[in-house]
Structure formats: C-alpha cells, structure tokens
Design a protein around this ligand. Structure first.
Ligand code: ZN
Length: 411
C-alpha cells in the first residue's frame, strides 16, 4: 500500500481514532521549533518559535467554546495561550502543554508532514507534546457539540519555551496565575510518561567554575601559573563528591543528587601556559536539597581544591527567592490525582530523571502531576511519532478525569 493510500485509509472514516489523529497531525504541520534549537531546516519551514502555533491554538480554543482566551508574550514573538472552559463546579484544574519542540536538523524523516501511517502520527512534536494538545482539542470540540461541561473549570495552558531556555513559559504562567489569585486544585503537565503519573522530578544547579592563573611561554612554565593544571584537582573533587552523594540515603524515589563535569574550556596555544580554565558542572538536586546551599558546597569544594584563585558562578536565571535554581518537584504518590490517573490507566506512579514544566508549579496547585501518552525514550530522536491507539487511550483518560458522569447528565 502506498503511504497516500494508507493516509486515506486511516484518516477518511470519521472514527474517534481518525479525528484524534487528524488533530495531532494538524498541530505537527504547524512548525514550532524552540528558538534555541533553530537551524536551516527549521527556518526553511517557516518562522521559528511559538508564535504561529499560539495563534492557531487561540483560534481553535475559541472555536471549541472557551469562555475566555488570553495570549501573553513570554518573550517578543513567543506567546503563551490560556483558555478557560467553565465547568459544573468552581473547582479549577489546569492542563499544561508546551507548544515548542526540539530541533529538526538531525531528523531523517520529514519533520512537519504529520502523516498518519502504520497506525501512527509522524513528525516533530507528535509525541512531545502535541499529542495531548490534539486530544484535548478533539474532546473539547466534542463536548461543545454535545452540550457537555467538564466537572471542574478547565484552564488549558499552552506554554512556550519548555525544551530550552529555563522553562520561561511555565515561569510566566506561574506569575500570571498568582497575579490573578487563581486557586488551582490540580495541574496536569503533559509529557510522554507512558500513562504513568509522574510525581517527582529532579532539578538542576548549573555552574561555571573558572581558575585564573598567569600566561607564560611553555618553555619556561615556572614564569606562569597553569590554570588547566590547577583545575585537575577541582575536577577530582567533583568526582569524589559524586561518589559521596551515591552513598547517601535517598529521601524519596528520586534517589540522590549527582554531580557531572560536562564541559571544559581553556588554553590559547600549544606553547602557552594557560592563564584561564573553565568547566561546566551540573548538579542534579533532589527533594529536600536547597539550591543555594548546593551551589555554596560546589564553591567550597572548588576553592579548597584549587591552588589558584577560583570563581564559581551560576549559569541559570535566578529563582524567585533569589536562589540559583528552582528546587526539585515532588508530589506525594498517594495524592488523589496520581492515584486516579494510575487507576484509570492501570499504571504504576513513578518519578522521572528529566525536567518539565512541573518544576515551576510547586505550591501553585494542591496537586501537580506529569502525565501523557508515549515514551520519553522516543522523544527528541531522528524520527518522532505517536501511536493512534495511545491517542485514543489518552482521550479515555482525560474523559474519565475531567468528565466523570454527572448525576444530571447535562449541565
Ligand atoms: Zn516535552
């Protein structure tokens, strides 16, 4: 069968599966590559960034019966979109989906064709995370047609800037919700978790460590101070710190923190004693760890190990408390939403090693959970797809959570 025939076969009949696949396909066809992931291939497909998809979504959400739709620039040309769908009660729940995608430069597949083939929707963002957006739009349209209201008032939050740049869209949404005094009961952050409710994520303190020495001709090293050689014991100290952390008792399912040296830079010529050396150090932090204390410890370790002056600075934007990073995210696994989603999907709650918008939502709602179709292992790859069967399963899960049978049937 040709792919065109397959496409026709899988999308023509107006089954729920076909409607869901078409909705996700349409979103994949609107490129929304994160500007940090820009490249010639992304640029060729249209404007890089979240502006076009935000415009599309704002229209879609209005068409699906949103009572209010807000568009808010996170950075110039990079909007978030918020849409309220009144429920049968005052309770407020949020579904947060990021609209940006990672790079398409390394893709071996057409990135934006959104074709439906072999029971899957293909293209960048199909899995991470336009799947949930497409499912949500399909459900909202269906409920509008049927005159149904969700049990709780639903705020759909489409956020820019998740894949790179420090979760700016989620940070902006947090401020917006707080400025408006929103009392949010539950937030579901859409990410591919294989239908497992994810209730914990580690955070990151990212630092640059620089040793400062003095340059000299390498024929006379004693006239200089070698900044690279001074860095060697600093790196060894971080390796030792990582070993120490591994021995610690874990407070939660997220285990212990880790330290990794991920970049090194220094030296200006093969016959010059280097006067400067910098390394990048990533320290994954777990619940209970204070980012400022973690950065202080990295500084103390580096400065004790280096015989030369050694500067340590955070590489991430400040958190609202002035600290060098946001803390880890942790929600008790026995909380109502974690348990409900696990029950609906027959899955086991868990934690995840990656970052997500949930890292910005601690304390913003009674409960925060990361949840969605497909596996994170398949995200960010040279090809990307989501199974149509998983879209159907996600629709069932969202329906069971958001639209439990009301006694009166219709509002
Ligand atoms: Zn994602």
């Amino acid at each position: 069968m040709t792919s065109a025939a397959r496409l026709a076969e899988s999308t023509t009949p107006d089954t729920e599966a076909a409607r869901l696949a078409r909705a996700v396909s349409r979103l994949v066809q609107v490129p929304s590559v994160n500007p940090f992931h820009a490249g010639p291939r992304a640029e060729q497909a249209g404007p890089v960034g979240e502006a076009v998809i935000a415009r599309t979504l704002a229209e879609d959400l209005r068409r699906c019966g949103a009572a209010e739709v807000f568009t808010e620039e996170v950075e110039p040309g990079r909007p978030n979109v918020y849409a309220f769908f009144p429920g049968r009660t005052e309770r407020l729940v949020v579904v947060d989906v990021h609209t940006d995608t990672v790079s398409v430069e390394h893709m071996t597949d057409p990135p934006f064709d959104g074709r439906v083939e072999s029971g899957r929707v293909w293209g960048r963002g199909a899995l991470d995370s336009k799947a949930t957006l497409g499912v949500l739009l399909t459900l909202l349209e269906e409920w509008q047609r049927q005159g149904l209201r969700p049990e709780a008032t639903l705020l759909v939050t489409a956020t820019a800037g998740e894949e790179a740049g420090g979760l700016l869209g989620a940070t902006r949404f947090r401020s917006w919700a707080m400025e408006r005094g929103l009392v949010i009961d539950q937030i579901l952050v859409a990410e591919p978790t294989g239908f497992r409710p994810v209730h914990g994520l580690r955070s990151l303190v990212l630092a640059e460590v620089t040793t400062h020495g003095a340059a000299a001709h390498s024929a006379q090293p004693e006239l200089g101070d070698n900044a690279i050689e001074a860095m060697a014991p600093v790196i060894a100290a971080f390796v030792q710190e990582n070993a120490r952390l591994r021995e610690m008792a874990a407070a939660t399912e997220l285990g212990c923190g880790t330290v990794s040296v991920t970049q090194v830079d220094g030296g200006s010529g093969s016959n010059i004693i280097p006067d400067r050396c910098s390394i990048t150090v990533g320290r994954r932090i777990v619940p209970g760890e204070n980012p400022a204390e973690v950065l202080d410890r990295l500084r103390t370790l580096a400065q004790s190990a280096s015989r030369l002056p050694c500067a340590v600075r955070s590489l991430l934007p400040e958190a609202p408390d002035g600290g060098p990073a946001w803390p880890a995210f942790y929600q008790a696994p026995d909380s109502a939403l974690v348990q409900r989603l696990a029950e609906i999907c027959g899955t086991v709650p868990g934690v995840a090693p990656y970052g997500a918008n949930a890292l910005r939502y601690s304390g913003l709602a009674h409960e925060v959970v990361v949840f969605g179709p497909g596996s994170i292992d398949d995200a960010h790859q040279a090809t990307e797809n989501v199974a149509v069967a998983d879209l159907v399963r996600m629709a069932d899960a969202l329906r069971a959570w958001l639209l439990p049978a009301a006694p009166e049937g219709k509002p």
